[in-house]
Design a protein around this ligand. Structure first.
Ligand code: BGC
Length: 262
């Protein structure tokens, strides 16, 4: 079943990142934000309550009272409960974030891992649209997020940013933020990505790798320097993928597990 047959309207999509919290009303037929994507700074410390205050403000500014919302967070999420907290306060871990934010915002809320949100958005509307087989979406940002989609169905919480390569956690040496922090040139950065992606390719043999996150805007700098047997393409929705996917997840969670109907 295509989820959009059941829920063809708009949803609020919110992406909670380490630096910005982004939100938009998303048209689920096109996958496009219905207006501007609003950005509010992530409160220092990233506690649940401070983030919930920011979400309240964001939902108010979007001006869509009562519209169901999807919230993407940088955590492992099972049945609405967060089981990790990357670059966020530890108060998220073990919390039923879905129930908590639903009560705070007074809306039906569904919560999803941020990379999974980006992954389903790319699979449904972007670079993975209509692709069967094994599609791996990697987001290069503060950390490295990953989403695995097999014949249009998401395998949730696929934490490949934490894979160890040559003794280092991948996201601690090859994320976009690490590139900036260490002042790496594109050749040096591409070498690190090459080592990581070769290992990922060897372990999972994906049919397609989609690279997203903030750095997808300059993919012409590093993609041509990579050599893999798997096609590697930039994300189409770029930095809006998390917002769009969160909105899509909010519609899907009302009709059962998400199948992207490839
Ligand atoms: C987290 C993932 C998240 C990724 C991108 C990682 O550190 O463990 O859950 O998707 O960062 O934010």
């Amino acid at each position: 079943m295509n989820v959009l047959d059941t829920a063809p309207d708009a949803r609020v999509g919110i992406d909670v990142g380490g630096t910005w919290i982004k939100g938009a009303l998303v048209n689920l037929e096109t996958g496009a934000p219905a207006g501007e994507v609003l950005h509010l700074p992530t409160p220092a410390g990233g506690t649940v309550e401070a983030v919930a205050d920011t979400l309240e403000r964001l939902v108010g500014e979007l001006g869509a009272p009562g519209t169901a919302a999807g919230v993407a967070i940088p955590s492992i999420v099972q049945q609405g409960v967060a089981w990790s907290a990357a670059n966020m306060d530890h108060s998220w871990v073990g919390l039923d974030v879905q129930a908590h934010l639903g009560a705070r915002l007074g809306l039906p809320v569904s919560v999803v891992n941020d990379a999974d949100a980006a992954g389903i958005a790319e699979a449904r509307y972007g670079a993975g649209k209509g692709r069967g087989g094994v599609v791996l979406v990697l987001t290069l940002g503060t950390g490295i997020g990953s989403a695995l989609i097999v014949d249009g169905t998401l395998v949730p919480n696929f934490e490949l940013g934490h894979l160890e390569v040559a003794g280092y956690k991948a996201e601690s040496v090859a994320s976009a933020v690490v590139r900036e922090r260490e002042g790496l040139g594109w050749d040096e950065y591409a070498e690190r990505l090459q080592q990581y992606l070769s290992h990922v390719e060897f372990l999972f043999s994906p049919d397609l790798i989609i690279v997203g996150g903030g750095i997808s805007a300059c993919s012409n700098e590093y993609l041509p320097r990579l050599s893999l047997r798997t096609p590697v393409v930039p994300a189409v929705l770029q930095n809006a993928a998390g917002v769009v996917g969160a909105a899509l997840q909010s519609a899907a969670s009302r009709v059962g597990p998400l199948s992207l109907a490839v």
